[in-house]
Design a protein around this ligand. Structure first.
Ligand code: NAG
Ligand code: NAG
Ligand code: NAG
Length: 368
């Protein structure tokens, strides 16, 4: 049957076409589903909004910090004051007149904005402090490779606010470092906020949105380098000193039964930590350390009296009056301790050639 074949062929053809169409549909669907995650991935490249025109230290740093977080890593930046443009951003800093964490809006210029860092810090926040308050711990945990819940992250977060961010907040908000009308005796114009300000084009230099955006990128990196440098120094030098001090406080009663003489096997910056740790632990005044003993550069040992406050020249208990301003044999004779090197005229520091000698000086002074 001749006539059947074409009909059969035709049927096959139709079936093939249907299969073909179905397969095409499937492949379109597949393409759509494989494209979907890609589209999502592209959306993961978030957009940070901040104002255009002249830039400042606070939003330069805010943008840098945001780019160190998981959510906003490698984000693009859109600089504009146009609400319609800012609307398209995933987060907005330093513009928009709203502070609302839930909406990721972080401006500080609006009337009624009174946010401060807290933890004893009363300075009104700029966008740097605002972003640092919300994202700082995440950045610190990442950079120091510490778990977010490690107490050291909190310690560094507070330290970096105190030493680095608060000044940026204050300068941005026009808060003077010296609240009285005392005139400073000289100018210091190399602070970070000044250096960022001077990256803006000068009045007689060409400017354009492109130039400003490019300079803003430089400013953001500058603030970020400074931030990371400080953080690194606090994490790798300042914190380890604190740990050593804690262990010498813990073992102080083994060195001297009073526990008032702290001995370090090497010099370490101890003062600020000691005052902070005493404050945290609430130790009674009568149990506080009086002297610290540590080796100096030349292989001799020093005894230093703990000051009344970390900045003060007055000691909790200065070395005895009778020893002050004396050296070597005269001092050894006065103290009855051989090998003495010196006691400073104000009695805040003294030396002996050995650790044992320095300890004896400390113990004798404590008993006097
Ligand atoms: C900032 O952006 C707004 C809105 O896009 C624009 O009108 C204005 O000219 C820009 N200002 C500067 C200084 O570039
Ligand atoms: C920190 O961020 C980097 C860069 O994205 C990431 O690869 C790394 O896993 C993070 N490290 C920690 C400890 O969170
Ligand atoms: C090196 C040295 O002479 N050190 C002296 C420090 O003080 C002690 C305590 O009296 C002396 O015994 C040491 O000789």
């Amino acid at each position: 049957m001749d006539s059947g074949e074409p009909r059969f062929a035709c049927r096959i053809h139709i079936t093939r076409t249907i299969i073909c169409i179905m397969m095409s549909l499937r492949s379109i669907f597949r393409t759509m589903t494989t494209l979907a995650p890609q589209a999502k991935k592209q959306k993961l490249h978030k957009l940070i909004g901040t104002h255009n025109g002249t830039f400042h230290c606070d939003e330069a740093l805010a943008v840098f910090l945001l780019r160190q977080t998981n959510t906003y890593r490698d984000s693009d930046v859109k600089r504009s004051r146009d609400p319609a443009v800012l609307e398209t951003c995933d987060i907005v800093v330093d513009v928009g007149a709203v502070y609302d964490e839930a909406k990721q809006l972080f401006d500080h210029h609006q009337r009624g904005f009174t946010e401060v860092f807290g933890h004893g810090f009363e300075t009104k926040l700029s966008s740097a402090g605002l972003v640092y308050k919300h994202f700082g711990k995440e950045v610190i945990a990442n950079k120091t490779q510490l778990p977010a819940e490690d107490p050291k992250v909190q310690t560094l977060w507070l330290k970096m606010y105190k030493e680095f961010i608060e000044a940026i907040d204050a300068i941005d908000n026009g808060i003077s470092q010296y609240p009285s009308d005392i005139q400073p005796k000289y100018k210091s114009r190399t602070d970070l906020s000044s250096r960022v300000a001077s990256l803006n084009p000068r009045w007689n230099q060409p400017t354009s949105p492109e130039i400003l955006d490019a300079q803003f990128s430089k400013a953001s990196l500058l603030t970020g380098e400074e931030f990371l440098g400080k953080l690194d120094s606090y994490a790798t030098a300042w914190l380890p000193a604190r740990d050593l001090l804690i262990s010498s406080i813990e073992s102080s009663k083994q060195t001297d039964p009073t526990g008032k003489i702290l001995v370090f096997d090497q010099f370490l910056p101890w003062k600020e930590h000691l005052f902070e740790l005493e404050k945290e632990s609430g130790v009674a005044d009568s149990d506080k350390a009086i002297y610290v003993v540590y080796p100096d550069d030349g292989g001799s040992w020093r005894i230093q009296a703990v000051p009344v406050t970390s900045e003060s020249f007055d000691s909790r208990k200065a070395l005895p009056e009778a020893w002050r301003g004396l050296r070597d044999d005269t001092l050894s004779a006065a103290s009855g301790i051989e090998g003495c090197v010196f006691v400073h005229a104000s009695g805040f520091i003294g030396g002996n050639k050995t650790k044992e000698g320095a300890m004896k000086l400390a113990q004798a002074a404590l008993a006097m």
